[in-house]
Design a binder for this molecule. Structure first.
Ligand code: ADP
Ligand code: MG
Length: 345
């Protein structure tokens, strides 16, 4: 956890929020530096929204404090914090135009809005949309309008609560990239809450993993990805198998602790009906091949998702490429791909 320093904009210290006596947010401490985007990543019900609402001033805290550049703002009401919140459903005003929605916070702040609205529309890729009714927009366009509205009053801190979750995957990926660019271009300090690891990693400078109301691990996306702090975090990040002892050392001969595997780490390379282009049986070339039996095979977009009984390890999830169609009961060989393997403490 980053210590509070001169570059710290937001500091949350020991914050606890309970509902009916049970803590939804439990002794959370975090900092966000000026201009930084912190991702809060956790499963549904882990307390992410409650934490965000606490920072916004919408929850009363059982314990702890929130400060901004060293000034205690725990008792400061929501509208005096200078923060903006954006939700999964942008909560636009349906009877107003795009421009009127974006101008709303400027009106509240009695700031002239004309040039600013056009500038914000350009920023979110909706130049020329100002006179459209928001009900005529696609879900992705509505979220762009909501983002523009959130940025209109130049909030000191932007709090984003699963802003992309209601959109379909392809759009979500594109908007995640756009969101990152927009936050960079505007130098916005932000907290981005999501249950989607890809999104968290695409948007955030640092990621904090939250489980059961507790922040379990904080680091750069690469750090969290490569070295999950526990088997529980590894599972949440898409590592479906955790091996220990001798089984772990089949995968990583020098491993000193448990080893976590993503399905993509276990690749069928030989056997089955796999043939190379010259018609001969394909022989694995990289990594030591290990014998396995296919337990089941499920077609996926690229090749198949397979369940394998691997010698010396037991059952694990793996993948087979389209060049290696396999069916249950077949004997195959597999190799392990380092990119999908993490050693746990
Ligand atoms: P997340 O955003 O990670 O899905 P939430 O912060 O919404 O999680 O919820 C965390 C826990 O707190 C859940 O068990 C939820 O049911 C509970 N909770 C959230 N808000 C309230 C509330 N206003 N009253 C009672 N329980 C709540
Ligand atoms: Mg939530």
């Amino acid at each position: 956890m980053t210590a509070i320093s001169e570059s710290t904009a937001l500091a949350v210290e020991g914050v606890t929020v309970s509902f009916d006596g049970s803590p939804a947010v439990n002794d959370v401490t975090l900092t966000v530096a000026a201009g930084e985007v912190l991702g809060i990543l956790g499963p549904s019900g882990s307390g992410k929204s409650t934490l965000l609402r606490s920072i916004a001033g919408l929850e009363s805290l059982d314990a702890g404090r929130v400060s901004w550049h060293g000034e205690d703002i725990t008792g400061v009401p929501v509208h005096k914090r200078g923060f903006a919140l954006m939700f999964q459903d942008g909560q636009l005003f349906p009877h107003r135009t795009v421009a009127q929605n974006i101008a709303y916070p400027l009106r509240i702040a009695r700031t002239p809005s004309e040039g600013r609205v056009a500038e914000l529309l350009g920023l979110v890729g909706l130049a020329g949309f100002g006179t459209r009714r928001v009900t005529e927009l696609s879900g992705g366009e509505q979220q762009r309008v909501a983002l523009a509205r959130s940025l209109a009053a130049e909030p000191r801190l932007l709090l984003l609560d699963e802003p992309l979750s209601a959109l379909d995957r392809e759009l979500r990926e594109r908007l995640a990239g756009d969101l990152r660019r927009i936050l960079d271009e505007t130098g916005t300090t932000a907290i981005f809450v999501t249950h989607d690891q890809d999104e968290a990693f695409a948007v955030s400078d640092r990621v904090a993993v939250m489980v059961d109301g507790v922040l379990r691990q904080t680091g750069t996306p690469a750090e969290v990805w490569r070295t999950p702090a526990s088997a529980e975090i590894a599972r949440f990040l898409g590592y479906t198998t955790v091996l220990d002892g001798d089984a772990a050392r089949v995968v990583r001969p020098l491993a000193r602790g448990p080893v976590a595997l993503r399905p993509a780490a276990v690749v069928v390379t030989g056997g089955g009906r796999g043939v190379s282009t010259d018609g001969s049986r394909e022989i694995p070339t990289d990594g030591a091949p290990v014998a396995a039996t296919v337990v089941r095979s499920t077609p996926a977009v690229e090749g198949s998702r397979v369940r394998l009984l691997v010698r010396g390890i037991g059952e694990v999830d793996g993948i087979a490429s389209a060049q290696h169609p396999v069916t249950a009961g077949e004997s195959v060989t597999v190799r392990f791909d380092d990119a999908g393997i993490a050693e746990l403490p």
